[in-house]
Design a protein around this ligand. Structure first.
Ligand SMILES: Cc1ncc(COP(=O)(O)O)c(C=O)c1O
Length: 380
């Protein structure tokens, strides 16, 4: 296949969106266009990326600790704010070791490299994020996939491969980014215990929202989980990420992880913003549950129209359209009605499963839902 030839209907354009006046608005300006769109697609679930306190914390940290870190943590890039964020997250999640990374993509690659070698077997859910897939493929380990959230298939694979290999890593997400489905974490931890294998849980979309006080779905089972991965780019409204584990694994990451060692440390401003967001999430323990209530109402009302298959167990909902072109036509229609509701197509989702992915935000009021339902009803 020629890398420079993207099929016409799969060409994606980079759009520039400015922030609108409301915490959930984008402005689109261009040739003769000047519109405002309601953001149904970003992962800034609580709107913390635009929160005054979070921005002020980032600003102050920039003045005190500089904009960029200037080097890797090992050279001269470790600042007090890095340590402070790691310590606070460790206390919150009851984990001995927390290590920051510039992005969740990098953290996931580092996690898989740390927990496997070329003799290992990785048994991963069919729908894991691309970063986990790339981490698995580049680790040198053998990669096996199990059917999405299917415990029977996972156990079949565990029983088959645990006979021939004693270094198995199971890789899952707690809330899947495109399906919006919740993984049965407790049952997965039990299977991993039974077959004596390691477990990596990516909490990217759950952290701050799901589980006890937003601590993610892994929190009650941490003693059976080797590593938890989290990002600040979603509910925390900042950027960067972390890996949490016991001290032994954490120390091994520090000593041997290339994605940690050979990169400029997370910017102090992003770390400070993430720390302020963490404080806000800790203080307002109903942020997550309130968002889930709003999401439930959205799902119910969309289903009530009777025209759409809606999937999603929490704040990520998808309207399954199937055909790629029809999905993009619907995106266009919704945009004309004032909504940024991006169509997701292969290769991000399997062929025939194209969809409009909706991310619900805590600032959505009933009027927004009412207008969105009217738009969906009007779509032919
Ligand atoms: C499940 C999942 N893991 C990891 C990542 C990567 O996180 P980051 O955006 O911090 O690189 C994403 C981002 O899209 C994600 O959806």
């Amino acid at each position: 296949m020629d890398k420079f030839q993207t099929p016409k209907n799969r060409i994606r354009k980079l759009r520039v969106l400015s922030l609108g006046d409301k915490p959930y608005e984008f402005k689109v300006s261009g040739d003769n266009i000047n519109t405002t769109l309601i953001d149904l697609s970003s992962n800034d679930y609580f709107g913390l990326s635009r929160d005054k306190d979070v921005i002020n914390a980032a600003h102050e940290a920039t003045l005190i600790e500089g904009l960029g870190s200037g080097s890797s943590r090992f050279i001269s890039g470790s600042r007090p704010i890095h340590k402070s964020l790691e310590t606070n997250l460790g206390k919150w999640l009851n984990q001995d070791s927390v290590l920051l990374f510039p992005s969740g993509y990098q953290a996931n690659i580092a996690a898989i490299q740390a927990l496997t070698d070329k003799n290992s077997i990785i048994i991963a859910d069919r729908l894991i994020h691309n970063s986990l897939l790339v981490g698995s493929k580049t680790s040198g380990a053998k990669l096996i996939r199990f059917l999405h959230n299917n415990l029977k298939d996972l156990e079949n694979k565990l029983s088959k491969y645990s006979i021939i290999n004693n270094s198995i890593l199971v890789v899952v997400e707690s809330l899947y980014s495109m399906e919006g489905s919740i993984a049965p974490i407790e049952k997965i931890t039990k299977l991993c215990k039974k077959y004596n294998c390691k477990l990596l849980v990516d909490e990217a979309h759950a952290l701050g929202i799901l589980g006890n006080k937003g601590k993610g779905l892994s929190y009650p089972f941490l003693d059976s989980i080797s590593m938890v991965s989290g990002t600040f780019g979603k509910a925390f409204g900042s950027g960067g990420a972390f890996l949490a584990s016991n001290e032994k694994i954490g120390e091994m990451l520090i000593q041997s992880s290339s994605p940690f060692r050979y990169t400029t440390a997370l910017s102090p401003s992003l770390a400070a913003g993430a720390l302020k967001s963490l404080q806000k999430i800790k203080k307002n323990q109903y942020l997550g549950t309130d968002l889930l209530k709003i999401s439930k109402r959205w799902k119910k009302e969309i289903e009530h129209i009777g025209k759409y298959e809606v999937i999603g167990d929490a704040h990520i909902l998808s309207l399954i359209i199937g055909d790629e072109d029809k999905t993009m036509m619907m995106q266009k229609f919704l945009e004309e009605k004032g909504f940024l509701a991006v169509g997701i197509r292969p290769p991000t989702v399997p062929a025939g499963k194209s969809r409009i992915r909706l991310t619900i935000r805590s600032s959505f009021n009933t009027n927004i839902l009412k207008n969105f339902i009217s738009a969906l009803k009007a779509y032919k």
